[in-house]
Design a protein around this ligand. Structure first.
Ligand SMILES: *[C@@H]1O[C@H](CO)[C@@H](O)[C@H](O)[C@H]1NC(C)=O
Ligand SMILES: *[C@@H]1O[C@H](CO)[C@@H](O)[C@H](O)[C@H]1NC(C)=O
Ligand SMILES: *[C@@H]1O[C@H](CO)[C@@H](O)[C@H](O)[C@H]1NC(C)=O
Ligand SMILES: *[C@@H]1O[C@H](CO)[C@@H](O)[C@H](O)[C@H]1NC(C)=O
Ligand SMILES: *[C@@H]1O[C@H](CO)[C@@H](O)[C@H](O)[C@H]1NC(C)=O
Length: 460
């Protein structure tokens, strides 16, 4: 049964194809009412990037005397009839292969080319088929008229960055910092640091100086190229100065560098002053440098060359901008010898000293020091030549524990004699034990002799 049925169905299929063949072979000769034009394939759908070329293909059999026309169905505009263009659009054209295939070509596709296209045959009722064209448009950032790219909020204030973009599909807006640092978001839930933030608005609340820098609004929709817009955010604040060492000790004749760390935006006017209020300028004596560390911080170095007595004292670095002023003071002190605790120790070397006015004073061999000591302005001329060695400590003796005494020739001083009293108790106890041992052995001897006598008596 099944076999018979199978054979029967094969015959039916064969008959159908034969009929179809005969129909198509003799159709042309047949009356119009009996043979109708038909589409052999669906019109394709296109998704195409702006600027590309694309074409729709319409295949119609048994067209006879009917005509193929192209329409844009959303605008109801007739684009072409057969190969004659109706719409005055130079980017559109129709080709026919002389048989059953018509093509509508669209070159340099534009956004307004998107929509539904129809291939139509003017039968009654008309026959048609449609295909869609979707035009992909790369993102484009639209300038919002109230947005500036240079923003200068005050520290701790709020800043809202806005960015909008067009494109197909709808672009996604992402915010990043250009230097790759995280974006700080402060909400009622706390502080959050994120690599990137998605949304048309980036709300920076309570902005701090560390958040200064370039922010990028990046619009992307998968259609290249991705575009971005840069916003420069500069946070305004009153200058800040940090001085790492407020006291700098240096020997005469040496060069010294004083450091000030400054934070300021807008950039401050930086100056160095002496205690007498004299502003310092770069010259043979002084070198002023400003080394930028980031957008708002820099290092101020003041080099004072070949220190003389006049150079010791206070130096003030000052930074001032529109929001305020900051200062830092550094005391530059002479690295000096002072022998308050070791006046009895003879000094073996002749030393020359400079007094406040730079004149030399001779010091005698016994170390009587004229104008020598703690008085401001006096110092050893040899201070940087090895006679003063800072921080030399001797733990074993209490003689030189004062670290302000800096003598490299310390080894030549007489070593303190060991205190004999410390050893006395030990020596005494040794003597005692020796005595008792002697007494002990004398007793032993008596006992031995006694025992010997007993043995002799007993044995005899
Ligand atoms: C084109 O898209 C429509 C709906 O969007 C769909 O019905 C049709 O089948 C598609 N045509 C082809 C050839 O895929
Ligand atoms: C479509 O856009 C192009 C370029 O943007 C323009 O030249 C053309 O006139 C527009 N066509 C229509 C029908 O709006
Ligand atoms: C920056 O953000 C990323 C995630 O967005 C996080 O994993 C990372 O720990 C953050 N870095 C800092 C220093 O906060
Ligand atoms: C300035 O001082 C800093 C900190 O000590 C130092 O690293 C830098 O090399 C100095 N620069 C100049 C030019 O003196
Ligand atoms: C000296 O004292 C320091 C601590 O004050 C100690 O670390 C060091 O080992 C001592 N040196 C000697 C030689 O005793």
């Amino acid at each position: 049964m099944a076999l018979l049925y199978g054979m029967a169905s094969r015959d039916i299929v064969l008959c159908f194809f034969l009929a179809a063949f005969l129909y198509s072979s003799f159709g042309q000769a047949m009356p119009k009412s009996e043979v109708q034009p038909e589409f052999l394939a669906l019109l394709e759908n296109h998704t195409v990037s702006q600027g590309r070329d694309v074409s729709f293909t319409c295949v119609v059999n048994h067209l006879q005397s009917y005509k193929v026309a192209w329409m844009k169905s959303d605008s109801k505009a007739i684009l072409a009839i057969h190969t004659h263009m109706v719409a005055p659009n130079p980017r559109l054209s129709v080709t026919h292969n002389g048989h059953n295939t018509w093509k509508l070509h669209v070159t340099n596709v534009q956004p307004n080319d998107s929509g539904t296209y129809m291939c139509q045959v003017n039968t009654d009722p008309m026959r048609s088929q449609t295909g869609h064209m979707k035009v992909l448009i790369p993102p484009d950032i639209t300038d919002l008229d109230d947005s500036a790219d240079l923003l200068t909020p005050k520290e701790n204030s709020d800043l809202r960055l806005r960015c909008r973009a067009t494109g197909t599909p709808e672009p996604v807006i992402t915010w990043r910092r250009e230097d790759g640092r995280n974006i700080t978001l402060r909400t009622e839930h706390g502080v959050q640091r994120v690599k990137s933030y998605e949304g048309e608005q980036l709300h920076l609340t309570g902005i701090l100086r560390q958040e200064m820098g370039s922010y990028l609004c990046i619009a992307s929709n998968g259609v290249p190229p991705t575009v971005s817009k840069r916003y420069y955010v500069n946070v305004r604040f009153k200058p800040l100065i940090k001085v790492s060492s407020q006291l700098v000790v240096a020997p005469a004749n040496s060069d010294v560098v004083l450091h000030c760390y400054v934070e300021s935006w807008p950039k401050a006017l930086n100056t160095w002053y002496r205690d007498d209020g004299v502003k310092l300028l770069s010259d043979e004596k002084h070198d002023l440098t400003e080394i930028p560390l980031n957008d708002y911080a820099y290092q101020l170095n003041l080099t004072v060359r070949r220190l003389t007595m006049d150079d010791f004292g206070s130096y003030t670095c000052s930074a001032e901008n529109l929001l305020g002023k900051a200062e830092g003071t550094i005391r530059l002190q002479v690295k000096e010898l002072h022998l308050t605790k070791t006046t009895s120790i003879p000094i073996r070397h002749n030393m020359e000293f400079l007094d406040k006015y730079g004149s030399r004073k001779q010091m005698d061999r016994k170390g009587k020091h004229h104008g020598f000591g703690r008085e401001a302005g006096s110092l050893s001329k040899n201070g940087n030549m090895g006679h003063t060695t800072p921080m030399l400590r001797r733990n074993s003796s209490n003689v030189l524990t004062d670290v302000t005494v800096k003598k490299s020739k310390v080894s030549s001083y007489p070593a303190p004699a060991p205190a004999p009293a410390q050893f006395t108790p030990t020596q005494l106890s040794v003597q005692n034990s020796v005595t008792s041992l002697r007494q002990h052995s004398r007793l032993n001897c008596v006992g031995l002799m006694f025992a010997f006598l007993v043995i002799v008596i007993c044995s005899s």
